[in-house]
Write a protein that binds this ligand. Structure first.
Ligand SMILES: Cc1ncc(COP(=O)(O)O)c(C=O)c1O
Length: 465
């Protein structure tokens, strides 16, 4: 191992030093990584990863977040705001940690969720769901919505169980199902009667007959993401009713990822599938404080549902995470209490944020159109998919994989604007459906959007010249 240790420290030194030339950093990095790879090849079976991790090594976030950072690109890729969360939570956090404040806020709290937080969540969703949500048995607080999704899937899916996933989907659903040794079955939202000129998420619909064909005796769950990332589609009440009817007919659990629950634009209506007749008892609704409060780094989420489903999620949580950070839970609780007290009023953050985001959405759409990209206008969420094909740029030199991956690398490296390839949100067999699109995130300061616009416009002009 001495060679590995010295390579490791050289690699670390290179990464941390701004004085060493880039070539030395790259050389040390590739030398170290080659060494790690050769050690992995030599490893005995017992030192190898568990079977259920096979094929799950790649992550679109790992590659493209790293690339955006390395290239110091304007980051319209990953979904996080570059502005501050609202005072309702930041002020609370400052008070909670201030000298002389309650020392217990720095200690463990209740495993399934800090009491003040689950009470605030239950009060709020009792209103949203139109039924009593029990704070102790109907709510589980997790490390982000990621945690809740993991629990919902891994505490219910047995090896061989099938889970239906609607494409495009938030990319972690598939690996989470595979880690449970479940079998993902995919169905893509498709543009209705159109191949050219798709400009609205309303053009993307679910073929209910195709969906019906996926349900069978092995189907354990379906994952619905409403509003959808990356498409920004809002499922209509009719579409959700059709999904709900199939769930009831085949006795299937519905995992409803509603992290963008308040981010709905124009006159569109958001329907929670758990509120449809007889759906509460089979639905786990997944939410995110990170998305609600523009504080994605706080990594706090929750699941809401009937006791017989939430208790399974709680069992998994108590044995792997046990409890989430108390300070963050207390601050989110206070924030929810404040926002809930002004629900429906213009200053409520649940209305203020979508108001601001609708303007950003329209600004981004205009910029993209001016740059000869074709955006699909979202009805919800904070992402916009856009077609880039007719720009006609040659991206063949930009690595392996689908065309959209190459396009994103090209734009990040040569134009300094980072985005995300949309084929990442499709299963292996359906990648071609996402390949014509890249995803832009518009929950960014106007300044950031303006800087990106400048670069994209210059790029578009250079193509015309
Ligand atoms: C649809 C969807 N679900 C879940 C998550 C994860 O949320 P969190 O950051 O709260 O874990 C994201 C994050 O982007 C998302 O877009």
């Amino acid at each position: 191992m001495p060679r590995l240790a010295s390579l490791q420290s050289l690699y670390r030194l290179c990464r941390s030093s701004s004085y060493l030339p880039v070539a030395s950093v790259t050389q040390a990095s590739s030398c170290y990584q080659q060494h790690i790879r050769s050690l992995e090849t030599m490893a005995s079976d017992k030192l190898k990863a568990a079977e259920h991790l096979k094929g799950l090594e790649g992550s679109v976030w790992v590659e493209f977040v790293k690339l955006a950072t390395e290239e110091k690109a304007i980051n319209l890729g990953q979904g996080f705001p570059d502005f501050a969360p609202p005072n309702s939570v930041t002020q609370a956090l400052t008070e909670i940690i201030a000298p002389g404040s309650n020392p217990l806020m720095s200690q463990y709290t209740r495993s399934y969720g800090h009491a003040r937080l689950v009470n605030a969540i239950a009060a709020m969703y009792t209103k949203f769901m139109g039924r009593e949500v029990d704070p102790m048995t109907g709510v589980l607080v997790s490390v982000g919505a990621y945690g809740s999704l993991y629990y919902a899937i891994n505490s219910h899916v047995n090896p061989g169980d099938e889970v239906i996933i609607i494409e495009p989907f938030f990319d972690c659903y598939e690996p989470m199902v595979r880690m449970a040794r479940g079998v993902p079955r995919f169905i893509a939202l498709k543009p209705t009667n159109k191949t050219e000129g798709v400009t609205s998420t309303k053009d993307f619909t679910l073929d209910i007959n195709e969906l019906r064909g996926l349900f069978n005796s092995k189907t354990k769950a379906i994952i619905v993401n409403n509003p959808n990332n990356p498409l920004g589609k809002l499922f209509t009440r009719e579409e959700l009713t059709e999904i709900a009817d199939l769930c009831k007919e085949h006795d299937v659990i519905c995992i409803s990822d509603e992290v963008y629950e308040h981010l709905v634009y124009d006159d569109n209506k958001f329907t929670r599938i758990a509120t449809l007749p007889d759906m509460w008892d089979r639905t786990i609704t997944v939410c995110s404080a990170g998305k609600i409060f523009s504080a994605t780094g706080w990594k706090l989420g929750w699941s809401i549902g009937p006791q017989h489903l939430i208790k399974n999620c709680q069992t998994l949580h108590q044995n792997c995470v046990y409890t989430c950070p108390t300070l963050i839970q207390e601050a989110v609780a206070r924030g929810l209490e404040i926002e809930f007290s002004r629900l429906g009023q213009p200053e409520c953050y649940f209305l203020e944020l979508p108001r601001e985001l609708q303007e950003k959405r329209d600004k981004m759409a205009k910029i993209l159109r001016e740059c000869n990209l074709t955006p699909i206008i979202p009805d919800g969420g904070y992402f916009m998919m856009a077609q880039y094909g007719h720009l006609g740029v040659d991206v063949s030199q930009y690595g392996d994989g689908p065309q959209d991956y190459k396009m994103v690398r090209y734009l990040t490296k040569t134009q300094g604007v980072a985005t995300i390839p949309c084929s990442a949100f499709y299963s292996a067999d359906h990648k071609s459906l996402g390949e014509p699109y890249i995803r832009f995130c518009f929950i960014k300061d106007d300044c950031t959007i303006d800087k990106a616009a400048e670069k994209l416009k210059a790029f578009s002009k250079s193509l015309k010249a």
